[in-house]
Design a protein around this ligand. Structure first.
Ligand code: ATP
Ligand code: ZN
Length: 304
């Protein structure tokens, strides 16, 4: 038997993550949050000169927008919907009875108009589409959100609720591909300043089912997704901490995002996994940020 505690067990023993009894759902300690906030601020300093519009949404999407997004076509296995009790007093008594005797109490829960946000950029497209034609320069949006993905795991890097910080670019193919190329460089430079080992590689999303394999292959062949991977867990497989996605005109078509000339907009986003990057820092530099290499501390806390 392997007596070495897993990285998750070490994080829990060290008090950085607080278990809840559900795989992938954790509380965060003050130190953990300080690191997450510092990474978020570092991303802001890195992209801050570009004049992005800051938008923040609660971690829910309107069900209508979620349906339109076609997320369920590609990732039905990951989606989370919000349900609520909508019954009468008799149904309420039944819920309480079920809980009392350990039976399923969720039968009378009905879907609300809210679906949990699967990626921080999802609420952005429909909201901007409602503004009408794109401005000449397109849009550059700074967004951050807790996201939900139903992928319970004992790897601490695969949480069910986690934060994604993104920059989103909406515009012509040239504007959008230029943005992604710039962030591929910036992302790698940022991770280098954090003294984290990494590689950048083409990637694909976990599209569902047999048809999904075709989509995943085509995404790789067209190099639509790159990931910056850092070894974090005990397994040989490094973890995607940053993603660089080019959606071509997929969201433009869905949301009818178009310029004044009627040309459908292209979109791209760069996503920073805030917890994953924090977990990479704890893995490589130890559980006590005050003992991290001083160049890394000065990058994260420049005014300290
Ligand atoms: P993976 O391939 O590991 O499932 P992904 O490619 O699906 O990740 P994206 O959809 O590109 O991830 O999400 C953007 C970023 O959000 C990722 O680069 C990662 O840092 C972070 N992220 C994605 N899924 C999780 C998760 N389950 N827990 C924590 N962070 C995550
Ligand atoms: Zn995105």
């Amino acid at each position: 038997m392997d007596a070495t505690p897993s990285y998750l067990e070490q994080l829990i023993a060290g008090g950085l993550l607080l278990p809840t009894g559900v795989a992938g759902l954790y509380g965060r300690s003050q130190i953990f949050e300080r690191v997450v906030e510092a990474i978020d601020a570092l991303v802001t300093r890195t992209g801050g000169g570009d004049g992005a519009e800051v938008l923040r949404f609660p971690p829910g999407l309107s069900r209508r927008d979620f349906e339109d997004s076609e997320y369920l076509k590609s990732f039905p296995q990951l989606a989370g919907t919000v349900h609520s009790f909508c019954g009468d007093e008799r149904a309420h008594r039944e819920v309480l009875r079920c809980i009392e005797v350990g039976e399923d109490w969720t039968r009378d829960q009905a879907a609300t108009d809210i679906v949990l946000t699967p990626a921080a950029c999802y609420p952005v497209y429909p909201v901007l589409a409602r503004r009408g034609a794109l401005p000449e320069a397109g849009y550059l949006i700074d967004v951050q959100s807790y996201c939900f993905r139903h992928e319970p795991s004992l790897e601490p890097t695969r949480m069910q609720m986690f934060r994604m910080r993104e920059y989103v670019r909406i515009g012509t193919p040239e504007q959008v591909t230029g943005f992604r190329a710039l962030w591929l460089e910036r992302g790698e430079a940022l991770v280098r300043t954090l003294a984290l080992p990494h590689i950048v590689d083409v990637a694909n999303d976990p599209f569902f089912g047999r048809a999904g394999r075709v989509l995943a292959d085509s995404q790789r062949v067209q190099k639509l997704k790159f990931e910056l991977l850092i070894p974090v867990n005990s397994t040989a497989q490094p973890t995607a901490c940053l993603s660089f996605n080019y959606h071509m005109d997929h969201f433009g078509q869905i949301w009818k995002l178009a310029g004044r000339d009627g040309a459908t907009a292209h979109t791209a986003c760069v996503g920073f996994g805030l917890e994953r990057t924090a977990l990479a820092l704890f893995r490589h530099h130890g559980f006590e940020p005050a003992h991290w290499p001083s160049p890394v501390q000065s990058v994260l806390w420049p005014s300290a």
